[in-house]
Design a protein around this ligand. Structure first.
Ligand code: AHR
Length: 643
């Protein structure tokens, strides 16, 4: 068993055990982590995304002060073929604001013109004094230039910030302005008004808060990104989940479509029933990983679509299941090109593209996932093998992670393991979503895993719920993942982010709206494990009632800092004593940092009451041997310095 392998000097375990799973599900990317505030900025929404959606979804045509003209969507002169639709505003007449008695008529007030108004993702929140980076692409389609007024407006039409620009080129050009909000509004719209007669093409209308995470261009929402950074994850897996392989060939996530200037990226339907702009694309994912010191873990399709179904299980699937065998050479090249793009020198074809985008240094890619929960069919097997062999031959330095399907006891799971072991795939991705008691009952699962077989990436797991009892069952399980950190190399809770009123998955780690966040107990548990990882595991440090499976503990050492980290979990209804023996360690500090999460089993946080469960930090006296009284339904992490 794992325990028997432990020596008094500790057992080497994976230094990258706990990381994050990011998928654009629940509006996690567009409308979420990606800080773009304009919804449907490029007029590319369509009924393929959602039956009732179209190019002008989230836009409103407006003609204040008795102005008139027209709004159309055209495709004959796009900025780029990948971004075919754009709006055309024709301004025929610009009204005159009323004077005297006439100014009392509401329609006579405000800035006259012909224009469009965007309400963002459930409206936009702007804050007094904060700056917003506005940009759009426009081209003059009439003989004369067209003047535009851009403003942020509250729901009553009050102008919170305004800027003017003139479109005076027949070519598509980018125009920018900084808009500073005069006051707070949580229901803001962006208004673009043509204020002189003429015709103008408009595309990629964008508004970002000026302070994105690390002030990156095309960046991430600072508050959400910071919460993820605070977790200190060892890695980030992206872009999914099912999103990675889509539900048909036309819906696969193809990484090359998601790099380069945003106006040239290929947008597409999101498998979770909305739209992907690809504004948060591979460049941004890799940059974010680098910014927070996490290893990038891209998951690429194994050339088959979701559950190998060809989209038959979702409306809008293309019916094509897998990349035809005679196109596999090109697809394999696409996978190899990703490695060159991430790691190649600036003189390589793809390394040069990374450098041109602003990152000459390599991104140090070490892992590539191939496939996600795929059915283990002959189509999958022959394609996976081709990709795997090619990556292994050209890039032996890259660890390929295979997939073994969705459920621990499913048919594909068993077939997937057998297949991966035959190919000696170094690591495979297991997924499971189960009830909390399943995690408690199955905490010994990996003790029995054969260490000579493929190692495990537990890429998606969660107990069904965001109550404290769910998080504590996961904490029990995570101590077992640490104990088995010699065979479980990586693990990530899923899904990560969920926007209020836009969730497709009910149990998630962080809930948010346009302004607030709700950190679940599951987040706090994950954070305590990710931020307190070790690379050596020590057995027999904590004595507890071994018959009580609701009690669990682990002890790891982080050899970079020398710190000893104890995790003590009590999933029961009464406090329990645990005895800690640290005599194996030298030079222990007498005082340590302690963080406790505890409360009632049913407690949960909400956006309205986000603090029902919160970690409590304090100091604790420690010695070579001491007792710890673990509160009912709790996780305690004690971090002890050794010098
Ligand atoms: O995490 C949500 C979904 O669950 C993922 O997209 C998929 O891989 C799994 O079935």
């Amino acid at each position: 068993s794992a325990r028997q392998q432990t020596t008094s000097t500790g057992k080497k375990i994976s230094p990258t055990l706990f990381g994050l799973f990011f998928e654009d599900i629940n509006y996690a990317a567009d409308g979420g982590l990606y800080a773009e505030m304009i919804q449907n900025r490029s007029f590319e929404y369509s009924p393929a995304d959602r039956r009732e959606w179209h190019s002008l979804t989230s836009w409103e045509y407006i003609t204040p002060v008795f102005s008139y003209g027209s709004l159309n969507v055209e495709t004959n002169k796009p900025i780029h073929p990948n971004n075919p639709h754009y709006a055309v505003l024709t301004i025929e007449h610009v009204g005159q604001p009323g004077v005297g008695e006439n100014s009392k008529i509401p329609e006579n007030k405000g800035v006259p013109g012909v224009g469009i108004k965007n309400r963002g993702y459930d409206h936009m929140v702007v804050k007094a004094g904060e700056k917003y980076a506005f940009s759009l692409f426009a081209c003059q389609l009439s003989a004369t230039p067209v003047a535009l007024t851009v403003s942020l407006q509250d729901p009553r039409g009050k102008i919170l910030s305004e800027s003017k620009l003139t479109v005076n080129s027949k070519d598509w050009n980018k125009y920018t302005a900084t808009l500073t909000a005069s006051e707070r509004s949580d229901s803001t719209s962006l208004v673009i008004l043509g204020t002189t007669q003429g015709k103008v093409g408009i595309d990629i209308v964008s508004l970002f808060p000026e302070n994105t995470f690390k002030n990156r261009q095309n960046g991430l929402r600072a508050d959400l990104a910071q919460l993820l950074a605070d977790m200190k994850p060892a890695f980030i897996r992206f872009p999914g989940g099912c999103l990675a392989h889509g539900d048909g060939l036309g819906n696969m996530y193809r990484w090359k479509n998601t790099i380069g200037p945003i106006e040239q990226r290929v947008e597409q339907r999101n498998i979770w029933g909305y739209h992907q702009t690809a504004g948060l694309g591979y460049y941004e994912y890799f940059q974010f990983c680098e910014d927070i010191g996490a290893k990038p873990l891209p998951v690429l399709p194994a050339a088959v679509s979701c559950q190998n179904s060809g989209g038959t299980w979702r409306i809008g699937g293309t019916g094509q299941k897998a990349i035809p065998m005679d196109e596999m050479k090109d697809y394999i090249q696409e996978v190899l090109d990703l490695i060159e793009w991430a790691n190649g020198s600036v003189s390589s074809t793809w390394g040069a593209k990374r450098a041109a985008a602003g990152h000459p240094k390599p991104f140090n890619l070490e892992f590539v996932g191939i496939g996600n929960e795929d059915k283990i069919t002959p189509e999958f097997e022959e394609r996976f093998k081709l990709i795997y062999d090619a990556v292994k031959a050209k890039h032996p330095e890259i660890t390929v992670i295979g997939t073994v399907g969705p459920f621990p006891d499913g048919e594909d799971f068993t077939k997937g393991w057998k297949y991966a072991n035959n190919l000696t795939v170094p690591m495979v991705d297991e997924h499971y979503y189960q009830q909390p008691d399943w995690f408690v009952r199955n905490q010994y699962r990996y003790d029995a895993y054969d260490r000579k077989q493929s190692h495990v990436y537990l890429g998606e797991y969660a107990s069904w719920g965001n109550k404290l009892k769910n998080a504590i069952s996961e904490a029990i399980y995570m101590t077992a993942l640490e104990r088995n950190g010699d065979v479980v190399d990586m693990a990530s809770y899923a899904p990560l982010l969920a926007k209020k009123n836009h969730t497709q998955w009910k149990t998630d780690m962080i809930f948010f709206d346009n302004e607030k966040v709700c950190l679940t107990p599951n987040y706090y548990v994950q954070k305590l494990f990710t931020a307190n990882q070790g690379d050596y595991y020590y057995d027999k440090i904590v004595s507890k009632n071994s018959k009580d499976s609701t009690l669990a503990a682990s002890c790891v050492k982080d050899s970079k800092t020398g710190d000893i980290i104890l995790k003590l979990v009590n999933g029961g209804t009464a406090s329990q004593s645990m005895k800690i023996d640290l005599s194996a360690f030298k030079k222990l500090a007498s005082q340590a940092e302690q963080v406790v999460i505890a409360g009632s089993a049913e407690a949960e946080n909400t956006l309205e009451n986000p603090q029902a469960i919160a970690p409590v930090q304090s100091k604790i006296k420690v010695s070579k041997s001491f007792q710890y009284n673990a509160p009912a339904m709790s996780l305690t992490v004690i971090r002890i310095k050794t010098q």
